[in-house]
Design a protein around this ligand. Structure first.
Ligand SMILES: [Fe+2]
Length: 182
């Protein structure tokens, strides 16, 4: 699958700007971590996993990560893509545990990118460029702020990776600074 085909598939099931932006944000972060963690030859795949991880969420929120597996099979996507995308709902909607480092990164950054994005919007710059880990940490500890971003999932993701929370936040900020593809 090319990136263009993946984007077309995404847009077949997603129209809302919020969902398209989230998909592209996670795509960019996944591409960054593929390079960062020594999977340079898998950048495209990691990116597509990020782009498509919430494929079913807009139209089938009640069947999240279950419906997406069905849709991806219909479209002939490879099993490792189906597995990797579905595993980000481990313990929530599915029982597919993140095993590969890529799956653990996806699990960890899905909610965290939402939190970091929300903290960045509070800044005069509205940007991640001058955002510091401590600002995110402070909001992490304020449950009422961006309450939809599960702190528990973020912490679980850090634990799966064996990274300190501060390290995960810092690296994800750097990843988000790289920006998104069109
Ligand atoms: Fe997501």
């Amino acid at each position: 699958m090319t990136r263009k085909e993946a984007l077309k598939l995404l847009m077949q099931y997603n129209q809302e700007d919020f969902h398209l932006k989230h998909a592209k944000t996670v795509e960019g972060v996944m591409r960054y971590f593929a390079k960062e963690l020594g999977y340079g030859d898998e950048v495209e795949f990691w990116g597509q996993v990020g782009l498509l991880h919430d494929l079913d969420y807009e139209q089938f929120p009640e069947e999240h990560c279950v419906k997406s597996q069905e849709l991806m099979r219909q479209h002939g996507l490879e099993e490792r893509m189906i597995r990797a995308t579905a595993s980000h709902s481990y313990g929530i909607c599915v029982d597919i545990k993140p095993e590969h480092e890529m799956e653990k990164v996806l699990f960890a950054v899905d909610e965290l990118t939402g939190l970091i994005g929300a903290v960045a919007l509070m800044r005069p710059s509205k940007s991640v460029d001058d955002l510091e880990v401590k600002s995110v940490k402070k909001k992490f500890k304020t449950p009422s702020f961006a309450a939809g971003c599960s702190r528990d999932v973020i912490q679980q993701g850090a634990d799966m990776l064996g990274w300190e929370l501060d390290d995960l936040i810092g690296r994800t900020i750097l990843a988000m600074r790289e920006g998104t593809l069109d």
